[in-house]
Design a protein around this ligand. Sequence first.
Ligand code: BTN
Length: 258
Amino acid sequence: MQWDVTLLEFVDSTNSYAKSLAIEGAKEGTVIIAETQKNGRGRLGRVWDSADGKGIWMSLILRPSISPQSMLIITQAASVAIINALTETVGVNAFIKWPNDIMISNKKLCGILTEMSAEADLVNYVILGVGINIYHSKEDFSDGIKDKAISLQMYQDMNKDDIIKSKMFKPIERDQLISSILMNIEDQYKKVIEGKSEEILTDWKRHSLMLDKRITFEKDNCYITGVVQGISNNGGLIVVCDSGIRHEVIYGEITLQG
Ligand code: BTN
């Protein structure tokens, strides 16, 4: 894959910008990175805090020949790629909270917003949006997420002694992390195209925070609690609730218990 990277000072949302380019026919491998986003978007219509120069705000255009139904694997492939890149370049072990939040110290470091345009059997384009908090201090996050979010800098500052002792310390180089993410996405994306989803899912499960955990999710306006027993082929969570009923959770928000 030939990545074609455009760096912007300021943009509404890199996902929205990449989408307009994709509609005009921009090729697969187009990457938009911005220093600041005025209207960074998160999953489920949420706002994504994108403080000036503090993170990686980036969107990739992909045009995979896969069915729209197998789209979740792209997000899972990206999660694995980002985790590998974080280990390689910063020496951080990160985990996945379903469906695609990347966590360290049980706080959110990175979010992925995958959007697509598709017809019945054909994907026109996919916009893979990645937001990673890098240089924030706690005060840089807005009040609603202050206690739930973390940046790489905060993690290193909080754990400096342990990280140095474990010889895992590596200074944070944003550009190096971006290159590593793009290289790792390329590797994982190749597996998607070659139909090697099993390999991706094996790695994804290895880094998942969810297996065997008690979680609560919402279904038809009711909250249901159960234990995560596995991941379905669609990438959904298989949850067995206390009454023994088995659910597949493929959309929405979950809460980890205890
Ligand atoms: C989430 O809700 O966890 C997903 C957040 C995704 C944020 C990134 S930042 C770059 C790209 N552009 C956006 O507007 N959103 C994504």
